[in-house]
Design a binder for this molecule. Structure first.
Ligand SMILES: [Zn+2]
Ligand SMILES: [Zn+2]
Length: 219
């Protein structure tokens, strides 16, 4: 197992979609899996424009819009799993490309990432969402800033489900104040959007003027 992991680190990966040499996901495959203009409201999934949150959902969320790169399926799913659990850091670049291909020209000034707990970060050695966010920021020529942190979760053991949910909802906190910032929060996978919403609420509380979200793939 260890030997196989070591070999995986050394061997350049072939495209997870078509097997083309030397890239985790080639441009052709990225283009065929990318959602691009398939705009929906992230919260209710009804059609939208430019991935903007619809008027009704906007009453319940500070997120102006959430862009999604692809569906969490096939080679895209495999790419994210390899980035998360097999230390394939090179997957961050094609993952970021899927976001960039979907992202409207929103007036963002700072890019940040959904944080992982300190324990998870130690175990994995990195936060996969941050690797992706840094690539997105570099491509947009914007600063990446770690605006959010996540409290540890080991003390969740023994709590009932309700307390655990409350703890999860309170798990994110801001590491500073961000008056007037227009922030894009990047994550790897979006399911209900609850995580991005919670992060956006934290940023809004510390002064962010506008908050958008982006995820590589949607469940
Ligand atoms: Zn390919
Ligand atoms: Zn909606």
């Amino acid at each position: 197992m260890l030997v196989r992991r070591f070999i995986e680190l050394l061997t350049p990966t072939d495209c997870l979609g078509c097997g083309a040499d030397g890239v985790v996901l080639c441009t052709t495959c990225s283009n065929s899996f990318g959602l691009r203009q398939a705009n929906i409201c992230y919260a209710c999934r009804l059609p939208s424009s430019d991935w903007l949150t619809c008027k009704r959902c906007r009453l319940d969320t500070p997120l102006t819009g959430v862009a999604v790169g692809a569906y969490y399926d096939g080679p895209v799913q495999e790419m994210i799993l390899k980035l998360k659990f097999h230390r394939l850091r090179a997957a961050a670049e094609p993952a970021a490309q899927l976001i960039l291909d979907s992202l409207p020209s929103w007036p963002i000034d700072t890019v940040t990432a959904v944080p992982v707990s300190p324990a998870r970060r130690r175990e994995r050695g990195y936060n996969q969402a941050e690797l992706i966010a840094r690539q997105v920021a570099a491509a947009l020529e914007l600063p990446f800033a770690p605006l959010l942190a996540r409290s540890g979760t080991s003390h969740q053991l023994g709590l009932d489900r309700r307390s655990r949910l409350e703890l999860v909802q309170g798990a994110f906190y801001a590491v500073g104040t961000y008056p007037g910032r227009r922030v894009l929060i990047v994550d790897d996978v979006i399911t209900t959007g609850a995580t991005l919403t919670e992060c956006a609420e934290v940023l809004t509380r510390v002064g962010a003027a506008e908050v958008w979200g982006a995820a590589v793939a949607r469940h």
